[in-house]
Ligand binder design. Structure first.
Ligand code: SAM
Length: 376
């Protein structure tokens, strides 16, 4: 069946309509004419697979990765980088407008660089003593020899890791390298720490700690936070979901004091070591969930930084923000849908100043955002 692709959905799939019913076509681009076969028929939608291209888009590019399309890791390697940037900026605009009525002009252009080998961490899956990634939409394994998203120090380890899985047959193997040009590597079975730098700050991390995975862009993301901390003249800062204290430590030079809150015990231990490592004395860390700790804090903060997981802010955190009314909130989000859900409530008492997307997960449909809120 010949169809014209109208646009991309938020997962990077082509969209067309067949008898007014929406049909998603993997790896098809807007304005392309493709011959498709229907692979799934549901009440509300269809899914189609490309059989033949009749007309291809000038935004299409040949993927450099031999595993693309079969591997579930990347979604956009068939789209030129400039268009990936436009896709992500537009996606953020659409979601924030649709779910929180935030005008498009609040969303700035995405901050992005075009670099392979950006990931400092990976989780390889293992099946039948083979190492690789899950295939698209399945738990079947595609064995790989390298991945273009990964730091080359991880790629170089793959032959050894393959030998290891033949002997030990684990379910998965996590590997993490530092952001510095050194030999610091943690493999899941290691019980050790590595030091990774973000600009002049040093961070000690273990295998269990959260640490931003894009070794090139993280400093741009954190610089956006620093820029706003200075602009807002922040003095007393609360850093909720602080991980190993990364952001709090990064902004500590510009403020009077920082309190970081994190629920993972090992990350709090790393945060306290990072405080010493960077010789910082105006920061303290509290172990616990943001929803339990924040309502009990007696101190008054002018700026609250929130960097929650994909699930966004707990209702109790939002309720406490509404009650305590800090002058500014800097909300860092890795899921625009939960960001929109939370902003819809916060915007009752906050002005949404601006949202800056960051392309932390190049070649995938994922996008990170920094959102600045000021009390009305
Ligand atoms: C997206 S990471 C951000 C970490 C840190 N801000 C950074 O940039 O490195 C989210 C962090 O929140 C922590 N976390 C998850 N749920 C939490 C909760 N309810 N309260 C406090 N911390 C939580 C996770 O362990 C993780 O360290």
């Amino acid at each position: 069946m010949e169809v014209v692709i109208k646009k991309l959905d938020h997962f990077g799939r082509g969209i067309t309509y067949i008898n007014d019913k929406i049909c998603f076509v993997d790896f098809a681009l807007p304005e392309e004419i493709v011959d498709i076969e229907i692979t799934k028929e549901k009440k509300k939608y269809l899914e189609g697979k490309i059989i033949k291209f009749i007309k291809t888009s000038d935004k299409r590019v040949e993927s450099k990765c031999p595993y693309f399309k079969e591997c579930g890791g990347c979604d956009l390697r068939h789209l030129i980088k400039e268009e990936q940037d436009i896709f992500k900026t537009e996606k953020v605009k659409e979601i924030l407008f649709k779910f929180a009525n935030i005008p498009n002009d609040k969303v700035k252009n995405i901050v992005s660089i075009n670099k392979d080998n950006y990931r400092n961490k990976v989780v390889f899956h293992v099946k039948n003593k083979k190492l690789g990634f899950y295939k698209r939409k399945s738990h079947d394994l595609i064995e790989i020899d390298y991945c273009l998203n990964l730091d080359d120090r991880i790629n170089k380890l793959i032959p050894d890791l393959k030998k290891k899985v033949k002997k030990e047959n684990p379910k998965s193997i996590m590997v993490r390298v530092s952001n510095n040009n050194d030999d610091e590597v943690i493999i899941e079975s290691d019980d050790k720490e590595i030091i990774s730098n973000i600009k002049d700050k040093k961070y000690l991390i273990t295998k269990d700690d959260f640490f931003q995975i894009n070794k090139f862009l993280t400093e741009y993301l954190y610089d956006e936070v620093v820029k706003n901390i200075k602009k807002l003249n922040s003095k007393k800062v609360l850093d909720l979901y602080c991980g190993t204290g990364t952001i709090g430590i990064y902004v500590s030079d510009y403020v009077e004091s920082v309190v970081g809150v994190e629920k993972v015990s090992s990350s709090i231990k790393s945060a306290n070591k990072n405080k010493k490592l960077n010789k910082i004395d105006n920061i303290k860390f509290i172990e616990g969930t943001s929803e339990e700790v924040y309502p009990k804090l007696k101190e008054k903060f002018d700026t609250v930084i929130c960097d929650p997981p994909r699930s966004g802010l707990e209702k109790r955190v939002i309720d406490t923000l509404k009650e305590m009314k800090p002058k500014n909130i800097i909300y860092i989000s890795c899921d625009p849908v939960t960001l929109a859900r939370d902003l819809k409530v916060l915007k009752e008492i906050y002005n949404i100043e601006e949202i800056t997307p960051f392309d932390m997960f190049e070649n995938t449909y994922h996008v990170e955002c920094v959102c600045i809120l000021k009390i009305k």
